[in-house]
Design a protein around this ligand. Structure first.
Ligand code: AKB
Length: 311
């Protein structure tokens, strides 16, 4: 087996996935990359290279130099930040994915992981228990790029046999790094506020339900999907995947059990408009049937685990 290269390794997901991949496959088999050279500080245990994913030549040179066979292409601009620069978000998210797919089509790499998101859904999507296949009319440029990306993944699989696999992540909640400019980031920030004994100003309304997932579950799902035998992977666009569904009021209640004096205020901003178009909960039957997906953490278990590690 060749080596594994991760793009966007300095980000929220990249930080934890790179560590998990290094643990599973050996530090010497993992190459972390990020556009931000400061990310190097996290990667004392494996190789690190600065990489702008739009730099096609450098990307393919690294793939050759390190004998890479699998790329986890995580680099992307997320929903909230993406709205500030829609055309560049489209360019970065789409061109970089097409570049990776082309490398696989041309035989330079064997396998790709690429994350999609619940942002592919939109106003006319059924909100409760959102099915794998349904109306998808995303309103953010991030969501549009993820939906188009899903179609490209299915296209490269069907036309060229490219082994590309993907999950539609809900909001990911971890404690090892901060969020990356998403609409679900409040659920990451709220823990640090409670621990630091600060009041929390939430940018979503108290009753806004969103699908969420604790990072260890997200890592588990990703590794499980990538380990699944080819013939078991029946979805080549991106799998619905589900663990938790809660509102700001409910995560606040979960934290109140540990910090009874913790205070929250609600000041919804433009991110509320984005959240209002996303599902409340997700039907992930396909993932459960195809590769035995099952999450481990509920809301209170996640809260306890995060507090155990951060306090
Ligand atoms: C975001 O909020 O943009 C991301 C996502 C759900 O993809 N966390």
């Amino acid at each position: 087996m060749g080596k594994i290269l991760i793009t966007g390794a300095g980000g929220q997901l990249g930080t934890e996935l790179t560590a998990a991949l290094a643990q599973k496959y050996g530090n010497e088999n993992v190459i972390a990359t990020d556009i931000n050279e400061k990310a190097a500080e996290k990667y004392t245990f494996c190789s690190f290279e600065v990489l702008d994913v739009l730099d096609v030549d450098r990307f393919s040179k690294l793939v050759e130099e390190y004998d890479v066979s699998t790329v986890y292409h995580l680099a992307a601009i997320l929903s909230a930040v993406g709205e500030k620069n829609p055309l560049f978000t489209w360019k970065l998210n789409m061109d970089s994915l097409l570049n990776v797919l082309e490398m696989a089509k041309n035989g330079k790499i064997e396998k790709i992981y690429w994350p999609s998101s619940i942002a592919v859904f939109g106003k006319n999507t059924p909100m409760d228990n959102t099915p794998q296949e349904c109306v998808m009319d995303p309103t953010t440029v991030y969501g549009i790029s993820k939906l188009a990306g899903e179609r490209w993944c299915a296209y490269y699989f069907e036309k060229y046999g490219v082994d590309v696999r993907s999950l539609r992540y809900p909001g990911l909640i971890g404690y090892k790094s901060v969020g990356g400019g998403g609409t679900t980031d409040y659920a990451v920030d709220i823990y640090r506020a409670a621990i630091n004994k600060e009041d929390f100003d939430c940018f979503l309304k108290e009753d806004t339900y969103l699908p969420m997932m604790y990072m260890p579950d997200a890592i588990k799902a990703t590794l499980q999907l990538m380990d699944a035998p080819k013939e078991d992977v029946s979805v080549r666009s991106s799998y619905n995947i589900s663990a938790l569904s809660f509102s700001p009021k409910e995560i606040y209640a979960s934290l109140l059990k540990h910090y009874p004096d913790f205070k929250i205020a609600y000041t919804p901003d433009f991110r509320q408009d984005i959240a209002s178009t996303w599902p409340d909960s997700i039907d992930d039957t396909k993932a459960r049937l195809d590769w035995n997906w099952q999450p481990d953490y509920n809301l209170d278990e996640m809260t306890e685990d995060i507090l155990k590690h951060l306090t």
